[in-house]
Ligand binder design. Structure first.
Ligand SMILES: Cc1cc2nc3c(=O)[nH]c(=O)nc-3n(C[C@H](O)[C@H](O)[C@H](O)COP(=O)(O)OP(=O)(O)OC[C@H]3O[C@@H](n4cnc5c(N)ncnc54)[C@H](O)[C@@H]3O)c2cc1C
Length: 429
């Protein structure tokens, strides 16, 4: 991580040097870094405990390493309509730290941003590391003490209820007036998010909805899509079928992997597909040309075949669709791509158009938590005061980021939740 070498932070201060803190933040991901820096800026003594040897492991892989940092819905009500029914809880926190505040936070610290499809905002550099570096610097400027390689094993409240007792695996114990739990969910456990926070929170009296994976790539039964691994189709229509009965229609971008499909549209469909799989076999129909009906596409293909009449069919098709799709498409339609354009029969042209408008894929299942992007589940929202992010069950305990049971789609909404809840907790703890 380049950023770490540039910024001097007390990464390995022995805990014994100081035992009592105003605030202990557990978890150095997006939300924990935001909360720790914000609390320390207010003059609080802050200890940030992280089990990994470095901070922000998950943040650095967000958006395929590009970090979809937020979504450009500046009107808070419009933004919150994406957080499926949780807007009534989230409104007070988001009115304190909005999308605009997020953009100001990063832009004013030197990160230029750009907007892509559906309002997704990324750093203009396409580097998640730039986002990480801002937060890392924020911790340094505000004098947060960071203790990495420190897995917390328990969080309890001392009998009289005045301070928290936080035990770290190596045997050290530290104490704080306020404690922020920012340990994340259970998606991508290799980044450190393994759900320990939920165990302590339950013991402290919170209700934890069992984590369930929410945004997950899809594995396919068909073998041929493997050949398309790495290919992105930016603008297609997908219709799902349960036992051949039509279910839902989605439009957007998909990405082929070596086992199936991913990309924003697929991730957002994954929960519903998981549900459908409980009841039968699931198929997906892909329309490569959602904006053209059969007639218009037939006319377009016909025009090309006339213009390029001395070329082979496979070469003409690659003007219309990505080259890697041509072979599989011809195979599915059982048509010889070596035929010259001038000799393609009417029935084959029709077959090709039908195939481009309707490629069926059979879903094998959802991939496991090591591939999921977010997990739903977490602490019941009614147990948190969203004006401050303080627990309504345990005073001075603050809950932020993926620890909360907030269902949301892909598109920058997860990180926005981290910035907002992290900032609000840091401002109040
Ligand atoms: C591949 C991938 C891509 C994603 N892309 C995007 C995107 O582009 N945009 C978006 O909005 N969202 C994205 N997300 C979701 C987003 O990354 C998460 O919602 C967000 O990072 C959660 O932050 P957090 O601070 O709550 O938790 P995490 O980032 O999970 O951080 C929790 C931290 O707590 C530490 N920890 C856990 N237990 C302990 C313990 N016992 N002791 C000490 N430390 C502990 C962990 O090591 C970890 O560092 C993506 C997720 C994945 C997996």
């Amino acid at each position: 991580m380049n950023g770490e070498s540039k910024i001097k932070i007390n990464m390995k201060a022995p805990l014994k040097e100081r035992k009592f803190w105003d605030v202990i933040v557990i978890g150095g991901g997006a939300s924990g870094m935001m909360a720790a820096g914000t609390a320390a800026k207010r003059g609080k003594s802050v200890l940030l405990l992280e089990k990994n040897s470095t901070l922000g492991k998950k943040l650095l892989i967000t958006g395929g390493g590009r970090c979809n940092v937020t979504n450009n819905k500046k009107d808070t009500r419009t933004l919150l309509s994406e957080y499926k029914g949780n807007d009534k809880f989230l409104f007070s926190a988001f009115s304190k730290f909005s999308v605009e505040d997020t953009l100001n936070f990063f832009n004013s610290r030197g990160v230029k941003t750009k907007e892509e499809n559906e309002g997704r905002i990324f750093p203009a550099s396409n580097k998640a590391e730039d986002i990480f570096n801002v937060l890392y610097k924020y911790l340094g400027e505000s004098n947060v003490t960071i203790q990495s390689d420190s897995p917390v094993v328990s969080v309890t409240k001392e009998k009289e209820g005045e301070y928290f007792v936080v035990k770290v695996k190596k045997g050290e114990t530290v104490f704080a007036k306020a404690c922020v739990i920012a340990t994340g969910g259970v998606a991508r456990p290799e980044t450190g998010s393994t759900g320990e926070g939920f165990t302590w929170l339950e013991k402290l009296g919170h209700t934890v909805i069992a984590p369930d994976l929410a945004l997950i790539p899809i594995a396919l039964k068909d073998k041929w899509p493997k050949k398309l691994s790495g290919l992105t189709l930016p603008d297609i229509k997908i219709t799902t079928f349960l036992d051949d009965i039509k279910q839902e229609v989605h439009k957007g971008k998909i990405l082929f992997t070596h086992v199936g499909l991913t990309g924003p549209t697929i991730l957002n469909m994954s929960r519903d597909i998981g549900e459908l799989l409980k009841y039968g076999s699931v198929k997906m129909e892909i329309d490569l040309f959602p904006h053209l009906d059969h007639g218009a596409l037939r006319a377009q293909l016909q025009r090309l075949l006339v213009e390029q009449s001395n070329k082979k069919l496979k070469n003409v098709l690659s003007i219309l669709i990505p080259g890697s799709v041509v072979g599989p498409l011809l195979e599915l339609a059982s048509i010889d791509g070596e035929t010259f354009a001038h000799s393609v029969k009417t029935e084959d042209r029709k077959k090709l158009v039908d195939q481009m408008k309707s490629i069926f894929l059979s879903v094998k299942g959802l991939l496991s938590e090591d591939k999921a992007v977010v997990s739903s589940g977490g602490v019941e929202l009614k147990e948190v005061n969203f004006k401050t992010m303080e627990s309504r069950v345990v005073p001075q305990l603050y809950l932020i980021g993926d620890v909360l049971n907030v269902d949301r789609p892909s598109g920058g909404y997860s990180l926005q939740l981290c910035w907002t809840t992290g900032f609000v907790a840091g401002s109040n703890c």
